[in-house]
Design a protein around this ligand. Sequence first.
Ligand SMILES: Nc1nc2c(ncn2[C@@H]2O[C@H](COP(=O)(O)OP(=O)(O)OP(=O)(O)O)[C@@H](O)[C@H]2O)c(=O)[nH]1
Ligand SMILES: [Mg+2]
Length: 152
Amino acid sequence: MFNKRKNILFLGQRNTGKTSLLYKVFLNKIIKTIPTIGLISEKCKIKDKKINLIEVGCTPDSFHLWHYFYKHANLIIYLTTPLIYDKNLEYSLINNLLSTFTKKILIVINKNGNCNDIIENIDKKHSNFYIISCNIFEQDINSIKNWIYFNI
Ligand SMILES: Nc1nc2c(ncn2[C@@H]2O[C@H](COP(=O)(O)OP(=O)(O)OP(=O)(O)O)[C@@H](O)[C@H]2O)c(=O)[nH]1
Ligand SMILES: [Mg+2]
């Protein structure tokens, strides 16, 4: 069972950049995206680790279904942006995720996001996450693959 595949789940509200990040960082492709319906599933490798990349398409009433995917996931990448309209919903989604998923979570604040709001609203009891702020199209964020390699 060496090299068994690890599963990375991409979660977040609509239009936060899940598909763009998945293709650019893990598959080296810049693609013009359309809203994801259902799931996107791709495969990649980081060094010797074989990985499944799974984006869970999201609709406003599907957040309560996310936890069904947690038990199959080895790591979650959660995308958010400062452009999200309902901030309270966002903080509650993040805190729920951090309470329920016990492995590592990478929170990516995309589209040049400011981290402060999110950091202030994360419940201080959580420590199973790491936060970066970026712009997928303007920055080289390939270094997150190193973090993932050591945390998956
Ligand atoms: N300016 C800017 N636009 C971005 C960035 N990342 C994604 N976008 C744009 O945001 C839009 C949504 O990106 P997607 O990658 O499709 O987002 P998603 O979270 O997969 O969206 P859904 O599948 O609908 O939930 C697209 O028009 C992207 O080109 C970024 O870092 N900067
Ligand atoms: Mg998508």
